[in-house]
Design a protein around this ligand. Structure first.
Ligand SMILES: [Fe+2]
Length: 537
């Protein structure tokens, strides 16, 4: 299959070059020459580890019709600075199989784990068949990783009967067990979209710090994260969670980030700490490097200093135009200083933005040409108006959401309306509740046109057990007719999409303060293609 190697040759500028595959394309002679010339003197030749080097698990992500990214990070002592690794590159073998036991290996190669990236490995595999399961494994010396399952996307534009994905995020370690990820692993999804808050940057909470139970105390008493090593340590603690590892090993993840990968409620180059922007950007660069090191994302997402090009589009058969948005890096500073504000005039200023001009144009241009049945805005913060005050006379929105940049929301929905985008579905997270609602042409007029729907997924663990609903949530929902559902428990959202129907199942746990909480479907809502609005399933 020569095309397989041609594809690999195109990606030979990646940090973790698939050397063997590339070199096979060039001929065996080249393999020997390049193999010894490039890395011969520096590579740790016969690694022997003091502990299991795949302690952080494996992952796959950014699926395409012909491949995906395979990820691991060599870390025999994940909680130590340097992860117990020597400061030199090390070669890691990888293999992709067509069966769960890796009997039929369809591709294999060698990647280099560089100390500059904390010995993270990102292998971009191409040349595979669309819409099917694959399995993968890493080997280093005599050590083998677990076998992960992943899946390619269907061919772009090809008729697709159904796709299933999970929506998850907000996984505060101290607040609860990651039982939602155990259930996600059982789903065998086509993919998971993670909207962010994969880690929390704050000082680790101790039981005396607050009324809410501190379910898990982090090892080592880590403080707030500022440096690359701080962030690396935080990711290592999270990545050691068996349920999280199980979910990653079950399906490819499409990763995004929200605020807590860097700092609470950061916006562009500003933060609530009022740090000078040029200093905050140093911290952002450290945070983004650690994020890249731990995420199964493509080389195009390698940070350039404090910048990451994280907005991107996945064309999924003829069903989905799946737009992953970045509502953090290019947005205006928090209006009126951020937080929940009543009557903030700055939030209404016309120049305010959530995506920045370039990303807006990239998105709106795609509306004009998209032929996909469903257009998805996979993003971070709630888009529809969300009043935090139960008093109907008081509108008290959070400035950190699209409510803090009303003109940006207006421009987006105007572009949707102008391009006659049918079947618009926005996804969000961030607020640690489940919400579902309708995106209205005029949110103040319940009879105005519905331009799309929004599903806000709850947290995996952040804010602890929660509860189904109380009077405050009831009042907040009733005074906002565009909201159709709210629930304050932990879990994830399962989305099942066909040409005719989008179904969202809100999967909730009775408890996350115990390791074996019970999961149930709290609500199933449906959108019928061609008809705007939410229906009960
Ligand atoms: Fe969160």
């Amino acid at each position: 299959m020569p095309h397989r190697f041609e594809r690999s040759l195109c990606i030979d500028d990646f940090a973790t070059v698939n050397r063997r595959t590339v070199l096979r394309g060039l001929g065996t002679g080249a393999m020997v020459t390049m193999g010894s010339g490039l890395f011969g003197s520096q590579v740790w030749g016969t690694p022997v580890f003091a502990a299991y080097p795949f302690a952080l698990g494996v992952a796959s992500g950014d699926p395409a019709p012909d491949g995906f990214v395979l990820w691991t990070k060599i870390a025999p002592k994940p909680l130590e600075q340097g992860s117990g690794m020597p400061k030199r590159p090390v070669e890691v073998e990888w293999a992709v199989g067509s069966d769960a036991r890796m009997r039929q290996v369809v591709q294999k190669g060698t990647a280099v784990a560089h100390p500059e990236l904390g010995h993270a490995v990102h292998v971009e595999v191409g040349g595979l068949e669309p819409a099917r399961d694959y399995f993968y494994q890493f080997t280093i010396g005599s050590e083998r990783s677990r076998i992960g399952r992943t899946r390619t996307l269907p061919s772009i534009g090809a008729p697709l009967a159904q796709i299933r994905f999970g929506l998850a995020g907000c996984q505060k370690y101290e607040d609860g067990f990651f039982t939602a990820y155990q259930r996600i692993a059982e789903e065998q999804f086509d993919f998971v979209f993670h909207y962010g808050d994969y880690i929390y940057e704050r000082r680790v909470l101790r039981p005396a710090d607050r009324a809410l139970p501190v379910v898990r105390v982090m090892p080592g008493d880590p403080d707030k994260t500022y440096t690359l090593d701080d962030y690396r340590n935080r990711y290592a603690i999270y990545k050691l969670d068996a349920n999280l590892q199980g979910a990653h090993a079950s399906t490819p993840f499409i990763m995004s980030f929200d605020d807590h990968e860097v700092d609470n409620d950061w916006a562009g180059d500003t933060t609530e700490e009022n740090t000078p922007p040029e200093l905050f950007l140093l911290r952002r660069a450290a945070a983004f490097q650690a994020w890249y090191e731990h995420m199964p994302v493509r080389r195009t997402l390698l940070p350039r200093g404090p910048d990451v090009l994280a907005y991107r589009r996945f064309a999924i058969g003829d069903l989905l135009a799946f737009n992953v948005l970045d509502t953090r890096q290019y947005r205006s500073p928090q209006a009126c200083g951020g937080g929940i504000k009543v009557g903030c005039a700055e939030a209404l200023e016309p120049q305010r933005t959530m995506m920045g001009e370039t990303q807006e144009r990239w998105l709106y241009d795609s509306f004009k040409t998209s032929k996909a049945r469903w257009t998805v805005l996979a993003q971070q913060v709630i888009m529809m108006p969300n009043d935090r005050d139960p008093d109907p006379k008081v509108f008290a929105p959070s400035m950190d959401k699209w409510d803090g940049a009303v003109a940006a929301r207006d421009r987006l929905l105007a572009a949707v309306d102008a391009a006659k985008v049918s079947n618009l579905v926005a996804l969000a997270g961030d607020i640690h509740n489940n919400w579902a609602g309708e995106l209205k042409q005029d949110f103040k007029d319940a009879s105005s046109a519905t331009l799309g729907v929004e599903f806000v997924g709850t947290s995996v663990s952040s804010d602890g057990d929660g509860f189904d609903i109380n009077d405050t949530f009831k009042a907040r929902m009733q005074q906002q007719p565009h909201t159709k559902f709210v629930n304050n428990q932990r879990g994830y959202v399962r989305h099942t999409i066909t040409p005719a129907r989008w179904q969202a199942d809100f999967q909730v746990l009775d408890k996350v303060t115990i390791p074996d909480g019970r999961m149930s479907t709290r609500k199933s809502l449906v959108v019928e293609a061609g008809k705007s609005g939410l229906l009960e399933a």
